[in-house]
Design a protein. Sequence first.
Length: 467
Amino acid sequence: MNIQLIDTKVFSQKNNLTLKLLTQAQLKKAKFKKTLTKAGFDATEGSVCAMHGKSLLFCGIENFEDDNLRAAAASVAKTIKSYNYKSLSIEVNENNITPLIEGLILGGYEFNTYKSKPKKQKIKTIYLTCDDVDALKNLFEEAVILSEATCFTRDIVNTAPDDMYPKMMAKLAKNLAKENNLECKVLGTKELKKENCHAMLAVGRASRHESKLIHLAYKPKNAKKIISLVGKGLTYDSGGLSLKPATSMVTMKMDKAGACAVLGIIKAVSELKLDVEVHAFVGAVENMIGGDAYKPDDVLKSRKGNTIEVRNTDAEGRLVLADVLDYAQDKTKPDYLFDFATLTGACMVALGQYTTGVMGHSSKLKHDLGKASKKAGELTATLPFNKHLKKQLKSEIADICNISNKPYGGAITAGLFLDNFIKEENKDKWLHFDIAGSAYTESPWDVNVHGGTGAGVRFMTEFLKSI
Ligand code: BES
Ligand code: ZN
Ligand code: ZN
């Protein structure tokens, strides 16, 4: 779909549907109140009513705050898919243009790669009409870049695991590097062995696809800060020998969503030309079964040099991240270090499916990140570390165990496992984002449709704009 910003005076209404957002208070005084009420339209959040005789579409909204604008625009984008107009138009101003664009693009998103006959949408263009195009041009372009980067992340998450294995992730990263002028380095088995990434390599050992560590870098000339992003890129998580039950395995193509998020973030940041140096590190691995598989009872030596007792091969993400976090901290001296991972089912139990779990040591950083996510329209909540939960990772035979010895606090113990691989000087610069719930959905909510949501892209880009 094409979105255009256009001067109200030059805009042609021919075969166009005009969108009007209405609060319940506005409905009471509206010109078409009687007709709309007859049609059952009560202007509740997300309700829509078309008046085709007048080429008007009404959408209910609680108030004109960003979250509501985004959600209303998303429900409009879904509604108009079956309409036979040529275009849709809506009047915009500096207060509503950003969330409206995000809602329209993200809510209207479709993943049609595997559909033989995808339904064609008649409405090809959405016109955002305004009095002063020049004044809104920047906001317009920024919102389009961010929304499209989020859709880019969604596309990779949604791609089937046999089409998006580690080598393909590396290929995609190389293409992105070419298009956006980024540096790109890819490490395969040989290089990973040299780097002593034995924990990461163990996870991918039973896969027919070679594991890859991908490093992308965006280095603008006058950058004042360095940010290192690390993403869990399990292109498939079968659980390994601690095999997942059949129903839990479905959707595990999304276990690469952390990697997809960091790729989307570096795409957005480089296109927005933000004045920050950003490094994206991806651990792309497939967790499979076979005679060569790593096993519960194995003891792995991590890149950092400590030993890990494997008690569950389904707690694989933290093993990959252990090595990639260590590598990232050796190769860069970041002002901020963030990792994104669909790490634990426990995070969903704790916070529900809509909220990203935020963990780390610095209260200030957690607070600032919370502010950015609120502004971006993503839900985040902090999960607190404590020394008692840390003890649950104790191993009798190695330095640490890859699972907790108690069934509670699983999202936090996973975060505490990662903490073991954060260097002392980076403790207060680091945050871990568990996007297990927020990265993927099988039922639409807010601006999200079935599949990858692009969780992390909007809040991290907003945070990077704010520093
Ligand atoms: N990739 C999963 C976590 C996950 C579960 C993400 C559901 C999205 C939806 C992760 O690798 C995993 O399997 N974690 C285990 C950890 C356990 C063995 C300690 C889990 O959450 O059950
Ligand atoms: Zn797993
Ligand atoms: Zn996993």
